[in-house]
Design a protein around this ligand. Structure first.
Ligand code: SER
Length: 317
């Protein structure tokens, strides 16, 4: 029987992944955990307040609930990490090592850990960045993800830990707000548009970045975790791709629905982070090895968000 623990369950990805996992495995079989308080939806199922840096508390929770799989999502994202160098390194890397050690000691069935397009730096080709290329990240977040990928491969190679990972592009959803990412402008822009306010974008025109609608990200995560073990040939982390666009392109798409919407460009320190990342990603191994395929393009994503966000805001103002 599968018993899942999700860390960082109150975050942007955690909120949606937890509810999807609960619909697959049953509410009582998915334990959400976070250092923050849960929202109403997360609190409808089992929840534990845990600091992922506290290995003993993690071990207790795993024992108490008979956990077999962990989705370890707790992390500091790119922009926040630049402003909190040592705490970001500690949270992003030490907590992963805690989970990998616990997986080894307690023989856990599977671990999921998110990596990111941030592992790439200026030495990687920026268009259609391949799976295997120069990894010379220039951000704290990117360095932590690159190191984490190597730790995942190490624990798989030496101890047989079945840890699986995806290099997520910027994830765009409307059900919960992100915090501290460089790609997050593409979430905030919808909130301003719905409120009828102009949007000040912290990235400049022409800043192409790889992006993905949250529904696709959840689909990819479940697909990877349910794939037969023999299909998972990459044990660092898989490139994963869906859409690539620049701020003016998503603004134009929003204007197709809301013609009065206005955007202004006021790039800040996050521009440098965006400039160091790829424009688009080649994810051929994910498509060939375990059948990944995305559903949403820019148009269908924006249409879906603008149709659903007002209802979501009415539910959780
Ligand atoms: N979306 C993340 C960020 O911007 C990248 O993984 O930090």
């Amino acid at each position: 029987m599968t018993k899942v623990l999700v860390t960082g369950a109150c975050g942007q990805l955690g909120t949606e992944l937890t509810s999807r996992l609960r619909s697959i495995y049953g509410v009582d079989n998915v334990i959400a955990s976070d250092i923050s308080d849960p929202n109403q939806e997360i609190a409808e199922g089992p929840f534990e307040h845990i600091n992922v840096l506290d290995k003993d508390a993690m071990a207790d929770t795993i024992r108490k609930h008979g956990i077999t799989e962990v989705y370890h999502l707790a992390a500091l994202l790119s922009a926040k990490a630049e402003q909190n160098i040592l705490p970001a390194w500690k949270l992003n890397v030490d907590s992963l090592l805690n989970i990998l050690e616990l997986a080894k000691e307690k023989n856990l069935d599977k671990i999921f850990w998110p990596s990111s397009i941030a592992v790439f730096g200026p030495d990687a080709p920026s268009k259609n960045t391949p799976q295997n290329t120069a990894l010379n990240p220039t951000t704290v977040y990117g360095i932590s993800k690159m190191a984490g990928e190597q730790w995942c491969a190490y624990y798989h190679r030496n101890f047989g830990v079945d840890v699986r990972s995806l290099r997520y592009p910027g994830l765009i959803g409307y059900k919960s707000l992100p915090g501290g990412g460089t790609t997050d402008y593409a979430v905030d822009i919808h909130y301003k548009a719905i409120a009828g306010e102009p949007f000040s974008c912290f990235l400049d025109k022409g800043s192409y970045l790889p992006m993905m609608y949250m529904d696709d990200a959840i689909k990819a995560t479940i697909q990877l975790m349910q794939a037969e073990e023999s299909k998972i040939e990459i044990r660092t982390s898989y490139n994963l791709s869906a859409i690539s666009f620049a701020p003016e392109e998503i603004a134009a798409e929003i204007q197709n629905h809301l013609p009065d919407f206005e955007i202004a460009y006021e790039p800040d320190y996050r521009q440098k982070i965006a400039d160091s990342w790829p424009d688009s990603i080649d994810d051929t191994p994910a498509r060939e090895q375990w059948g990944w395929n995305h559903d949403y393009d820019l148009k269908s994503m924006v249409t879906d968000i603008l149709a659903n966000l007002p209802r979501q805001l009415a539910k959780n103002p």
